[in-house]
Design a protein around this ligand. Structure first.
Ligand code: PXP
Length: 239
């Protein structure tokens, strides 16, 4: 199973001082040494963490697939066509949110998303849609002919009781199964950490996990390389 490490929060720390360090571009060396199979960055419209310059440099130096998370705005589509990441994950974006709060509203924004998917795919960029664990949303995503879906694990991660957690895990697992039966690659992410990743990593048809905050938080105490290695180990043992 692929682990793509989201390095946005290295840039968040840099932006706390609006200066040069820590540089998210330099973070990729320990992240890759720790065993990451991919690097993810979210270019937000307000540029609150990752900047355009980061992506240009990452594109030059990263030796594993680079996943660009972005909204389906005209500005971002233009930049993606210029940056040519290895894949794009389309996500909803609200200015006030602390992090991506939910999956895309694929039914409401169907035409816009379908147009964005087509433009990216025509440029040779595979597209993933970040969606809630809903069977209907999986089917709508498949109808739009995206390549992958990333099932939002936020509700599972935030569950307060074992019963709630079990219920949310089941929804993720059902959505993954539905995606795969629709011919899509199924990934998962958001809010995953060392304590809650194993049940999600145990869902056999999941191809990849997208994890940021948990790994970067642990890295403050262990270093990035060790933090990624530990996560990889947990995931591998769960398979
Ligand atoms: N997947 C998507 C689509 C996201 O937007 C994020 C957060 O940027 C993540 C995964 C990673 O979430 P976390 O930082 O909670 O691990």
């Amino acid at each position: 199973m692929v682990l793509s490490v989201n390095i946005d929060h290295v840039a968040t720390l840099r932006q706390a001082r609006q200066d040069k360090e820590p540089d998210p571009v330099l973070a990729v060396t320990p992240v890759i040494l720790g065993g990451a199979d991919g690097i993810t960055v979210h270019l937000r419209e307000d540029r609150r963490h990752i900047h355009d310059r980061d992506i240009l440099l990452l594109r030059e130096i990263v030796t594993v697939p680079l996943n660009l998370e972005m909204s389906a705005s005209e500005e971002m589509l233009g930049l993606a066509l210029e940056f040519k990441p290895d894949m794009v994950t389309l996500v909803p974006e609200k200015r006030q949110e602390l992090t991506t709060e939910g999956g895309l509203n694929v039914r409401q924004h169907r035409d816009r998303l379908a147009g964005a998917i087509r433009r990216l795919q025509e440029a040779g960029i595979p597209v993933s849609l970040f969606i809630n664990p809903s069977l209907e949303d999986v089917d709508t995503s498949a109808d739009m002919r995206c390549d992958m879906v990333e099932i939002h694990t936020g509700l599972y991660s935030n569950a307060k009781t074992p019963t709630e957690s079990k219920g949310e895990l089941r929804k993720v697992s059902d959505a993954v199964a539905r995606a795969v039966s629709n011919g899509l690659i199924a990934n998962a992410g958001h809010g995953l950490n060392y304590h809650n990743v194993v049940p999600i990593a145990s869902i056999k048809p999941v191809s990849g996990l997208y994890i940021g905050h948990g790994i970067v938080s642990r890295a403050l105490f262990t270093g990035l390389e060790e933090a990624v290695r530990e996560m990889k180990k947990l995931i591998a043992n769960a398979r």
